[in-house]
Design a protein around this ligand. Structure first.
Ligand code: ACM
Ligand code: ZN
Length: 773
């Protein structure tokens, strides 16, 4: 045949019309989180259009289909119909398959039909959420999207969760978050196939749920004196009668709405009603349920230790709590009812006549057994209503209640112990699951509680501990992230702390452990960032932040600085001192060696341009770098910093005193001698310290420098004094002692501690570096 003009046009038209279906998908196009248990990619694809139908049999299936239908309504303005009879093609069929476990699903996509099989609502929902993640990221847009093909690859997925408790806890007490944010969070949990939202509704700083029988719980307990302009631990105790304007609570109608909304997203909402401690807000409303029965105010911020707790001696306390829990159980269908149980300081119980009487009549030997009595009594009540009590791992102390489930937070120890005793456990160890911890280098992040839990560490979490027996492992229901909100005043900051770390946790809790690989996960995470951008989530980009690791060579005193971020394939480039960070920057290959004060500027690059945050740090080289330090007064084992090298390793501490760069003394002065090895001309010594009076950390009141050439006879070179000042802020300062330039081989530095805090406790002195110039 001759190649006529008409024929060429025909070929072109055919090519154009068929090329949509000819798009070849590869494994790189499949970026699902959490990763499915089994997945097979096949040739071909299914394309959605305005005539695509959902073929359903019941309301639950319609509910699941609506998640996707509402997305298409937004991005394409299509009204995708749900029908009972299958058309000839172009439909998504929901098929009940009772052989599948709850929450499991099978997804089969071919050119004409998508089939989702499941045995319950959650399974259908997860099938739909998987389709949503297979679609282009633009499906998450909140406006119409043009010029796009809504196409997914032909694929077969057989999927089921590894754990049945896949949770997130929101602390809505320390800062109250409005209902709308809770609903949004529920959507985002379902998107990652998480199924539990734990609401921490009660704590010292606010009672957040309406209880009809005890209206003062919210009239009084939900409000505190507004001191949001001060750091959490620097807030004074409000006086009785002071106007309390900061707070909020959920009405019972709000709670019903939250619970119903969650149900439609496969999420169980677990209420937490703290007891016997973390309840100052309740005692402020009803002091009669405490031992002292004295009026107190709702604290505006940090409160430690927590001594105003419920009285375990008065029967009225238990009647009150049973009434509260009755209303709570009417609102929350959750099988599990959380009663807190953590961090009770039981000093009042030791002197309260009611508590003492209780101990006598019940034959209890100590206040730990009294707490155990308290929880056991509540457990009897909760189980009599057909529910299960869950509490923080302190409920193990003094003996665990028979039907209780334990949430292990002080590491995994509580989980090991409870599972050994045959109890179910949920693992949420602070080390991996506390999303109030920092997720990037502390000096580049917003203020957080402390700790360091980057997303790669969350990804390493495993709820089943290696030392567990098979029997113990069976008691592990799953895991949970906890977002304590002391330092999280806004929903935007809450999003920042949750995302993207929740993404990693969802894979830990859903996907088979054998498939876990950080380097395989990170491209999927980057794809998820695009989806979070469309969803308008203020997720942290800390994984791109460059951090440094510094080492001092003791012999040559050369400092080597390594640069890294969370992604092993990053193109990191840097420049030194005043050079500009542009396309001439040096690609980072090996540690940078420094022998003088140097500024390093660095960033991750993409297409020869810096992306994300630029990291800039000046390394102040000084005459004591790498030199030996002898401690005449020993630092505390709790804050060892970098050990013997801490004072001369040029690494400075941050405002987070837990960052591992601080050495600390409690109730004691710092006294050290630095050996400069040879007589060295010096005229200035500075001591780096921090003031953080909430947790009892105070600047030194005096810094004294003495010099010697033999290490035995020291002469004072200079001294500075500083009076103790009340300071509500967290600060860093160098205490500089200048003196006449002179030669010395040994430098003795004494920093005087205030030793005792104004209220009589031991005061800490923190030091990160001694700079000798
Ligand atoms: C807790 O973090 N106190 C459970
Ligand atoms: Zn008492």
């Amino acid at each position: 045949m001759k190649f006529t003009y008409k024929y060429i046009v025909l070929i072109l038209v055919i090519t154009i019309f068929s090329c949509k279906k000819d798009r070849v998908f590869t494994m790189e196009d499949i970026q699902l989180i959490p990763k499915p248990a089994e997945l097979n990619l096949e040739k071909g694809s299914f394309e959605f259009d305005k005539n695509t139908k959902f073929v359903i049999n019941n309301d639950e299936q319609i509910q699941a289909s609506e998640i996707l239908a509402s997305k298409f309504k937004t991005v394409a303005n299509w009204d995708l119909e749900a029908v009972k009879e299958a058309p000839s093609s172009n439909y998504i069929q929901f098929i009940l398959n009772n052989n599948l476990e709850k929450e499991a699903y099978k997804l089969n996509v071919n050119n004409d039909v998508i089939k989702i099989e499941a045995s319950n609502f959650s399974g259908f929902l997860y099938g739909v959420e998987t389709i949503r993640q297979l679609l282009p990221a633009e499906i998450e847009s909140d406006t119409t999207v043009d010029n796009i093909t809504w196409e997914i690859p032909n694929i077969t997925i057989t999927d089921a969760p590894r754990f049945k408790w896949r949770g997130l806890m929101l602390d809505v007490s320390r800062h109250f978050f409005e209902k709308e944010y809770v609903l949004k969070t529920i959507d985002r949990l379902a998107y990652l196939k998480m199924n539990t939202l734990h609401l921490h509704l009660v704590d010292d700083q606010g009672w957040r749920i309406e209880i009809k029988k005890y209206p003062k719980l919210t009239e009084v307990g939900a409000w505190r004196v507004d001191q949001e302009n001060k750091p959490w631990d620097g807030r004074y105790t409000p006086k009785l009668g002071e106007k309390a304007t900061y707070g909020g609570f959920y009405t019972q109608e709000d709670i019903k709405e939250i619970v119903a909304y969650a149900k439609r997203r496969g999420i169980n909402v677990v209420p937490e009603i703290e007891m016997p401690a973390h309840v100052t807000s309740a005692i402020a409303a009803y002091p009669e349920f405490s031992c002292l029965e004295k009026p107190v105010t709702v604290p505006s911020g940090g409160l430690w230790p927590i001594t105003d707790i419920y009285c375990a001696g008065k029967d009225s306390t238990f009647e009150f709590l049973q009434d509260v829990l009755t209303e709570v159980m009417d609102l929350f269908p959750s099988k599990y009812i959380h009663v807190g149980g953590d961090e009770a300081t039981k000093t009042n119980w030791k002197t309260c006549k009611d508590c003492q009487k209780r101990m006598k009549t019940e034959g209890l030997h100590d206040v730990e057994e009294l707490q155990s009595y308290f929880i056991k009594r509540m457990e009897r009540f909760i189980s009599s209503k057909g529910r299960v009590l869950i509490g923080w791992d302190e409920i193990l102390e003094g003996g665990l209640a028979p039907g209780a489930t334990v949430m292990s937070w002080r590491g995994v120890k509580g989980g090991l112990e409870a599972s050994e005793q045959g109890h179910d456990v949920v693992m949420s160890p602070g080390t991996h699951c506390y999303f109030d911890h920092y997720q990037g280098p502390m000096d580049t992040e917003p203020l957080a509680w402390g700790g360091f839990t980057p997303i790669s560490k969350v990804y390493k979490f495993d709820p089943v501990v290696e030392t567990m027996t098979e029997e113990q492992a069976k008691h592990v229901l799953g895991g949970q992230a906890n977002v304590w909100a002391e330092h999280i005043p806004t929903t935007s900051q809450s999003e920042y702390m949750i995302f993207p770390r929740l993404t990693a946790l969802s894979e830990v809790l859903w996907s088979p452990k054998k498939d876990r690989s950080w380097n395989e996960f990170t491209p999927r995470l980057k794809e998820m960032f695009k989806r979070y951008d469309f969803q308008g989530i203020n997720y942290a980009k800390s994984a791109y932040t460059i951090s440094t690791e510094t080492q001092v060579n003791d012999t040559t005193n050369v400092i080597s600085v390594s640069l890294k971020n969370e992604f092993s394939d990053s193109d990191i480039r840097y420049v030194l001192n005043n050079a500009s960070l542009d396309n001439e920057a040096i690609p980072y290959k090996e540690p940078i060696e420094l022998k003088e004060t140097t500024t390093i500027k660095t960033s991750v690059f993409k297409d020869d341009k810096p992306i994300g945050r630029v990291f800039e740090k000046t390394f102040n080289y000084h005459k004591a770098v790498g030199k030996k330090v002898t401690y005449l007064s020993k630092y505390s084992n709790s804050y060892k910093g970098a050990g013997a090298n801490n004072m001369t390793n040029i690494i400075r501490g941050s405002k987070n005193f837990h960052d591992g760069q601080w050495q600390a003394w409690i109730g004691n002065d710092m006294e050290v001698v630095i050996d400069l090895e040879i007589p060295t001309e010096i005229s200035k010594v500075s001591v780096g310290s921090t003031d953080n009076q909430g947790p009892g950390i105070y600047y030194p009141t005096k810094v004294e420098v003495l010099l010697s050439n033999d290490g035995k006879n020291f002469k004072r070179a200079g001294v500075i004094n500083r009076a103790l000042k009340v300071n509500p802020n967290i600060e860093l300062k160098d205490f500089i002692v200048n003196f006449k330039s002179q030669k010395a081989t040994f430098v003795k530095v004494i920093a005087k501690s205030v030793k005792k805090t104004p209220n009589g406790g031991g005061a800490w002195l923190f030091v990160d570096e001694i700079v000798v110039e």
